[in-house]
Design a protein. Structure first.
Length: 545
């Protein structure tokens, strides 16, 4: 790409969004890259009560406001995965799965991923009882016993959240007390459905296809004890043992500490001029939203002098009118007037622009029956109709008798010639799945998400039929990555089907394959894979079939 940005922010969590707000308001050309979900890890938090000035807000709502604020000052957003950087010149190159990008300055707000502990059985029962996200998977454990492993903020907070579903929650703390703020710990300690074991570690999880037992060890008394579920039942183990910084791809570019966190100075600058860190990826004592947004603001304002110096050094002239972006007018609604539509006017404007880039016309066909879900699907299709002539919506009234061996209702994505693209949605694509639905249309119409030449070659080499069912939850931030990866492969190879199911609507699917975590892929009716998967990771799996 020929466009030169003043600042590229890698990561769209609170730290990255804060950096974008400050940099864009300073009239810089700003691009924010996000590989998964705008808002980052905090979007899975149902309630934030310690952000100054706001008594209570969900992580999703807070970061959505931040995104809109950044956009109002002119920041651009791109869903892309950064895979490498060239920091050797004055103009830095960020290499992504959608091409190379040029910038003068960088803010690395990379965040971190949940940390596995490594106890025996952890990997074997991941998705079969072992989980890492209470928001994504908590509902699967309704009426069951649940163990929470950890003694920090996340463990205490998520344990309380899990009491909404679980019969009983037992927290396993390896130290003699929690390590988080007393107010957060006290809420867990005082909850009637929570029991706490201190100085205790999990040694092993065991069972058959699902968890049946777990073994624990009290390192203070030397006592070992066993939990066993009732016959015919299972239980859950939620691991909240901190996070691993997402810095593996930059370890040879930027100085990190022994645990992989970015080393920064008081101005948030790394050991490389013009490259700054912000948020959970940095070495710091407190990882909270309030410190993340502080890091982002400091990083962006510290970058101002560096970028200005680069303008002068490289002879770059910035036209004041070209750089200045007037804030977009805010639309206020009276209380109680919020629309219940699936697609808001703002979303329609964004979709109109995206659909205009499609290389061919596609059709979203609703194969509908008389169920309540079909009625909602019809409403969804009606709202998509008319946005662009590149996307047509049609409705076909069917029944299970007239469509043998097929589940209905369904949203089927058809190519310009009327043939199925291999992509179907057995859901109303709301929540986190709206973006993956739209990307599915983009993949079917072309040009589609960028993939490497090697990935394209590997997709073409798939010669036998592959049926991928992706079971998701609309509240899961990890599911869209897997849905988009499966859809990208299906769009390129007619031998592959990628059908997405909202697991809340298909409990029989959950029972049949004993799914206790999402995303879950059922490949050719027998191979089960849990966790988010990139195109490359999914190809590695498919090539073994």
């Amino acid at each position: 790409m020929d466009k030169l940005y003043d600042v590229i922010v890698v990561g769209a969590g609170p730290a990255g969004l804060s950096a974008a707000i400050y940099a864009a308001r300073a009239r810089f050309k700003v691009l924010v890259l996000e590989k998964e979900k705008l808002g980052g890890q905090i979007t899975i938090t149902s309630e934030i009560v310690n952000y100054p000035g706001i008594e209570s807000v969900s992580g999703d709502a807070l970061t959505e406001k931040m995104r809109r604020q950044a956009e109002s000052f002119g920041a651009e957003f791109l869903m892309a995965r950064a895979i490498d950087m060239d920091l050797s010149g004055d103009i830095r190159i960020v290499k992504t799965d959608k091409g190379d990008l040029k910038t003068l300055g960088l803010v690395l707000a990379l965040g971190a991923n949940p940390r596995a502990i490594g106890f025996k059985g952890e990997q074997e029962y991941k998705g079969r009882g072992v989980a890492y996200c209470a928001t994504c998977d908590g509902e699967f454990f309704t009426g069951m016993d649940v163990f929470v492993i950890g003694g920090g903020f996340a463990a205490a907070e998520e344990a309380v959240f899990l009491t909404k579903y679980a019969k009983k929650v037992t927290i396993i703390v390896r130290d003699d007390d929690f390590t988080c703020a007393r107010s957060v710990a006290d809420e867990a300690k005082q909850h009637e459905k929570i029991e706490i074991h201190y100085n205790t570690e999990i040694r092993e999880a065991a069972g058959d296809t699902l968890l049946k037992s777990a073994r624990f060890y009290n390192k203070k008394t030397g006592e070992e004890w066993l939990y066993e579920s009732e016959p015919g039942t299972t239980f859950g183990i939620f691991v909240f043992a901190g996070y691993v910084p997402d810095t593996e791809w930059i370890k040879d570019k930027i100085s990190l500490n022994d645990h992989g966190y970015l080393l920064t100075d008081p101005d948030q600058m790394t050991n490389v001029d013009g490259v700054y860190g912000a948020g959970d990826v940095c070495v710091k004592k407190l990882r909270q939203v309030v410190t993340a947004v502080s890091d982002g603001a400091v990083a962006a304002t510290s970058l101002e002098k560096y970028v200005a110096a680069m303008w002068e050094k490289l002879g770059i002239s910035r036209d004041e009118e070209a750089v200045s972006v007037k804030p977009k007018p805010q639309v206020h609604q009276e209380e109680g007037s919020e629309s219940e539509s699936f697609v808001t006017p703002e979303m329609k404007e964004q979709l109109k622009e995206l659909f205009g880039k499609f290389q061919s016309t596609i059709t979203v066909k609703g194969v509908l029956d008389k169920s309540p879900l079909a009625t909602q699907m019809e409403g969804f299709l009606n709202e998509l109709t008319g946005i662009s002539d590149r996307v047509q919506c049609v409705i076909s009234r069917e029944s299970e008798e007239t469509v043998p061996n097929e589940t209905i209702p369904a949203l089927c994505i058809l190519r310009e010639d009327g043939k199925e693209s291999g992509l179907r949605f057995y859901a109303i694509p709301g929540g986190h799945e709206f973006n993956s639905f739209v990307i599915g249309l983009y993949n079917a119409a072309g040009p589609g998400q960028a993939i490497t030449e090697e990935e394209a070659k590997r997709i073409k080499n798939i010669k036998k039929p592959i049926d991928i069912k992706v079971a998701v939850s609309l509240s899961c931030t990890m599911c869209p990555t897997t849905v988009m990866s499966a859809g990208r492969i299906a769009a390129e190879n007619e031998m592959v089907k990628a059908w997405t199911y909202d697991l809340a609507l298909y409990p029989d699917l959950k029972e049949r394959y004993q799914i206790m975590s999402v995303p879950c892929m059922i490949i050719n009716q027998e191979k089960i894979e849990f966790g988010k998967k990139s195109v490359e990771e999914l190809l590695n799996i498919l090539e073994t079939i």
